[in-house]
Design a binder for this molecule. Structure first.
Ligand code: NI
Length: 179
């Protein structure tokens, strides 16, 4: 069990691309996946990408049954994706609120494709390919952005819709701020 320190926005590696993983069985990759998992659970995230713990390799983890950080969102399947890719199913985008463990205590309204197909390899070497919509699609796009060196604030169109989580919480969730 290793909970890693999360790199926060400002750290230059978060704005750099990541390299493909060629050997899934390499001990450093097995360790990396375990560290991502432990760190995401400890921080209550719905997703995490390797650059956030200082490793610029194309590995992401996401998924939850219920999330305190996104209380109104439906479950997303718990997934490890190595060398992840996606394609939008059409041109439609929607705005939705996002946070990020690398941008703590903030939320922003971000346009994302509403429907995507995504694929990659899981921790057992199996091909994973799914269609995803809405928040599920949003999470995948957010995490793949991380391995492409993009953080969500770079995608915000109107900075009136960027602010502190505790201030925005009721507007976003309809609930009192729980943290
Ligand atoms: Ni993030």
């Amino acid at each position: 069990m290793t909970i890693k320190t999360i790199s926060r926005m400002g750290k230059s590696n978060l704005f750099e691309g990541s390299t493909d993983v060629s050997n899934l069985q390499a001990t450093d990759i097995i360790r990396l996946i375990q560290d991502l998992h432990d760190t995401m659970i400890a921080k209550g995230g719905v997703g995490i990408a390797a650059p956030q713990i200082g490793v610029n390799k194309r590995v992401i983890i996401f998924g939850f049954d219920k999330s305190e950080r996104y209380p109104n969102e439906k479950a997303v399947p718990k997934t490890t994706l190595i060398n992840p890719q996606y394609k939008p199913l059409n041109d439609e985008k929607e705005l939705g609120w996002e946070g990020c463990l690398s941008v703590p205590k903030m939320r922003g309204l971000v346009p994302r494709y509403t429907a995507i197909r995504y694929w990659g390899t899981d921790e057992n070497g199996n091909h994973v390919e799914r269609e995803a919509h809405h928040f599920h699609a949003r999470v995948v796009q957010h995490e793949i952005d991380h391995v492409d060196g993009v953080l969500y604030p770079l995608r915000i169109e109107d900075f009136h819709d960027f602010g502190f989580e505790d201030i925005l919480w009721e507007k976003i969730t309809g609930q009192p701020y729980p943290f």
